[in-house]
Ligand binder design. Sequence first.
Ligand code: NAP
Length: 285
Amino acid sequence: MAAVILDGKALAQKTEQELQQRVDAIKSRSGFNPILATILVGSDPASATYVKMKGNACERIGMQSLKVVLPDTTTTEALLGKIAALNADPKVHGILLQHPVPPHIDERRCFDAIALEKDVDGVTCLGFGRMSMGGSAYGCATPKGIMRLLEAYKLPLAGKHAVVVGRSPILGKPIAMMLLNANATVTICHSRTAQLGQHLKQADIVVAAVGKPEFIKADWIKNDSVVVDAGYHPGGLGDIELDPLHGRVAALTPVPGGVGPMTINTLISQTVDSAEKAAQRVGSN
Ligand code: NAP
């Protein structure tokens, strides 16, 4: 049977209609417009494109984005100062610091300087810790987007064996904790993992977050599994060799159009959540 295509693009579009209504409600009840501040440091063209796409998504749902563009020469201290100013600005409901920042900047320190209630991209250690412990925090956008996609297609996770390839702070580690919290049994693989193919052959759910085009071979993946490919490379390739899988796995994310749109959708959705909380605070004062 043909694999179910986990269509992140369609789900994101559908969700945007609901988000637009929620933004309209905030505007009419509280008189302010939700604002996502986006910080781009340096001149990496791919990062600039991602930030632009995030700004466009804000516009589509009637929300505002506040674009902060800083030069390559920005210091850690200067970036921390900008983040502190955005934290203190009551008009700003979410802060996105586009990853990666230039190598001389202490990215972890800057991520962790984002106030928890504005960490709508889910990048702080505090947010990760709370999420892992089942507490309240915004989920890291890409893994949370993947979880929302799996949920929308009602794919069972409890008791399933999920194999995550990659352990980055923004993808591999948080998706592993989210799957664990959803009662999957989770194996995390990385560059030192021996016999990666053997681990993948055990997987009911595969999540690829490696960053290498078609690194995971189709014949490492068992029939009827659920395949999530977070990779995106020139030529529309993912981290998994997807083409041969269409006829024999249960479900898969297309590249493009699977995980990518859900990342942006989760970011704007969590910004709307944050703005709604701010509106409630205004209302109760
Ligand atoms: P990353 O920080 O470079 O992490 C890559 C991970 O892959 C590392 O944990 C690394 O292991 C592991 N790895 C590298 N070589 C390996 C090997 N030979 N065998 C097993 N594991 C190996 O990348 P990332 O930021 O997590 O991104 C991963 C992918 O997702 C990229 O393709 C990126 O473009 C994509 N991405 C997509 C979105 C989206 O919205 N669609 C968002 C973010 C990222 P070590 O830890 O041992 O080095």
